[in-house]
Design a protein. Structure first.
Length: 584
């Protein structure tokens, strides 16, 4: 490709609202342009990157026998109502009506649609297993789109679905996908960690997330360097606080006035002076239409995903102040669970108490009367109506749950893939069954497997860039190398560049020939910004000696290489860097 014919609108200034590296560089280097919040136009360079990521995904899907489909993005509401997710997806789902007034939506994921095909078409265990996938546009109405293509409302996903006869079959399909994902990320130049994760609205038993460590990510990962234990902080366990949990003096519960106290910190200050680790934090949630209470230690944070797991709720949100007032008779700031009855007929359905609180006494909690607290709370005695559960967020420095030696590290990470063992949740909801060898109808056992295509590209930029621009992994770079004639007006230079451009093309190398009449400094700067993995520069002086400059994007110094050897050198370097498809 000739740069004079390629649309690459680079920017000198960093766009004001861009903070993370991938957002800044993909805008500045002319890969992306925004259309609206969380909606981007992909310019030619980015489209080439996306095509290469997709090619790697297709090769690895083919290697495990997955078959490519292409399903609609526009769905009738009925099928989402059948699975129960029309409500579950809430405001995240883009909804619309057709001209007949029928409810429709834009697909966020495709479990329902693939399962419906399986239901209508698969009849016998002999047709299993099946692994189906597509590369498709998805829509999610994100509350706060940001960080360029990292958090968007329209994106491309490879989503795959496995259909098996039984659990061992699902285990094998899941393992095939897991390995394929590892190869995809490795080939795309991403270092990642595979973590235990919360299944969220997907349901099912087990799930693994693939996370890239970067401050641009919005997930927190807990990780033990000693044994390799890693989990999303939503699910991450620990052996509890590093400083042993400790209550105050045991005794009967007693109310005391706390006018104006609204927070844990207020109660920690004089005149009360109750340290956070001696307080109980009481939180009220709305869970599938009923109220539940969660109690954690004052210095801990509630992990909502863990409360969702403990309560089994499909939809969970903090209760509104009016709902809390109606149920407990007090406002947030003076809430507690002591003396609160829980059950089907009560205002509070269930009470969950963090398991690290077991055995503590002398604790302080709200009295459910504005301006009053209780002291002398004994968790075993006064919160006996509660269920012990893992509710707290694991923190850095706490002891690893799997090994004796390790301490947990907590860092920011970006999710690039997520795979789920769904089991029979969707096949039962939608009635997808086959006849087994005994002639009995049984629900198909399913898995689902997603990869964010743009996220892979953006994660690669987060991991591979410097002050001058992007440093693409060779496998997904939009072109293999920049070819820079440094004096475009010099006939010998221009001619040598043309000849080399042809020779490189004939050798299967994608060169971006910068044939613009620009100063060498401008060409070097733009080439660094765009970030192709290698660069060949042709200057008048070295050309007279039959040589050209060769440089990898990350190298400090260029190397002079005889013109006659440059094509084979480029081919070798690119091959080593994984630039070429494994299937040719
Ligand atoms: Zn460990």
């Amino acid at each position: 490709m000739r740069q004079s014919k390629l649309f690459v609108p680079t920017l000198k200034e960093t766009p004001a609202d861009a903070t993370v590296a991938s957002h800044v560089l993909l805008l500045r280097a002319g890969y992306l342009r925004p259309l609206a919040a969380g909606i981007y136009s992909y310019l030619p360079l980015f489209q080439r990157v996306i095509r290469k990521v997709e090619r790697i995904i297709r090769e690895e899907m083919a290697a495990i026998g997955a078959q490519e489909f292409f399903l609609p993005a526009l769905h009738p509401a009925e099928i989402w109502k059948e699975s129960g997710r029309w409500e579950v997806m809430g405001d995240n789902m883009f909804r619309l009506k057709d001209r007949g007034g029928r409810d429709m939506c834009l697909g966020m994921t495709h479990e329902e649609i693939f399962t419906a095909i399986a239901r209508d078409e698969l009849r016998s265990y002999r047709q299993l297993p099946q692994v189906w996938y597509q590369i498709q546009t998805k829509f999610r109405d994100e509350a706060r789109p940001k960080s360029g293509v990292l958090r968007v409302r329209q994106f491309t996903m490879k989503d795959a679905y496995s259909f098996d006869l039984d659990q061992p079959g699902l285990d094998k399909s899941f393992e095939d996908e897991r390995r394929a994902y590892c190869r995809i990320f490795e080939r795309c130049g991403l270092s990642y960690v595979a973590v235990d994760a919360h299944s969220g609205a997907m349901g099912g038993s087990a799930s693994t997330e693939f996370m890239v460590r970067t401050d641009a990510g919005e997930d927190d990962v807990v990780h033990c360097a000693s044994c390799g234990y890693a989990a999303n902080v939503e699910r991450g366990e620990s052996r509890g606080p590093s400083s042993a949990a400790k209550g105050g003096v045991a005794g009967p519960t007693k109310a005391f006035p706390t006018p104006g106290v609204k927070t844990i910190e207020d109660l920690a200050r004089p005149p009360h002076g109750k340290p956070p680790e001696q307080q109980l934090k009481t939180l009220v949630y709305w869970a599938d239409g009923a109220l539940v209470i969660a109690v954690v230690r004052g210095d801990d944070e509630l992990n909502e995903a863990k409360l969702q797991t403990a309560s089994g709720a499909q939809v969970l949100r903090p209760a509104h102040p009016e709902e809390i007032q109606a149920a407990l008779g007090a406002r947030p700031g003076s809430l507690g669970a002591v003396g609160v009855r829980a059950g089907e007929q009560e205002k509070i359905r269930r009470i969950f108490v963090d398991r690290t609180l077991a055995g503590l006494s002398g604790m302080v909690t709200g009295a459910n009367e504005d301006g009053f607290h209780l002291e002398g709370v004994d968790v075993a005695r006064d919160l006996a109506q509660g269920t012990l559960a893992d509710l707290r967020k694991a923190r850095a420095g706490e002891r690893c749950p799997r090994c004796e030696a390790g301490a947990l590290d907590v860092y920011k990470a970006l999710e690039v893939g997520h795979i789920f063992k769904l089991g029979t949740k969707y096949s039962e909801a939608l009635g997808a069954q086959v006849l087994d060898a005994q002639g009995k109808e049984i629900p198909i056992v399913m898995g689902s497997y997603g990869i964010g295509v743009e996220r892979i590209a953006a994660a690669a930029v987060e991991l591979h860039h410097d002050a001058d621009g992007i440093r693409w992994p060779a496998s997904i770079a939009p072109f293999h190398l920049s070819l820079l004639p440094l004096q475009q007006q010099d006939a010998a230079v221009a001619q040598a560049a043309e000849k080399l451009y042809e020779d490189l093309g004939a050798a299967g190398i994608e060169a971006l020939l910068d044939d613009r009449d620009e100063r060498p400094g401008v060409k070097f700067k733009d080439a660094d910004l765009v970030g192709l993995p290698f660069r060949i520069a042709i200057g008048k002086k070295s050309l007279a000696e039959g040589k050209v400059e060769w440089k990898a994007r990350g190298d400090a110094q260029a190397e002079l290489v005889p013109l006659a050897e440059i094509v084979s050198k480029a081919k070798q370097a690119l091959g080593k860097a994984g630039a070429f498809s494994i299937v040719g």
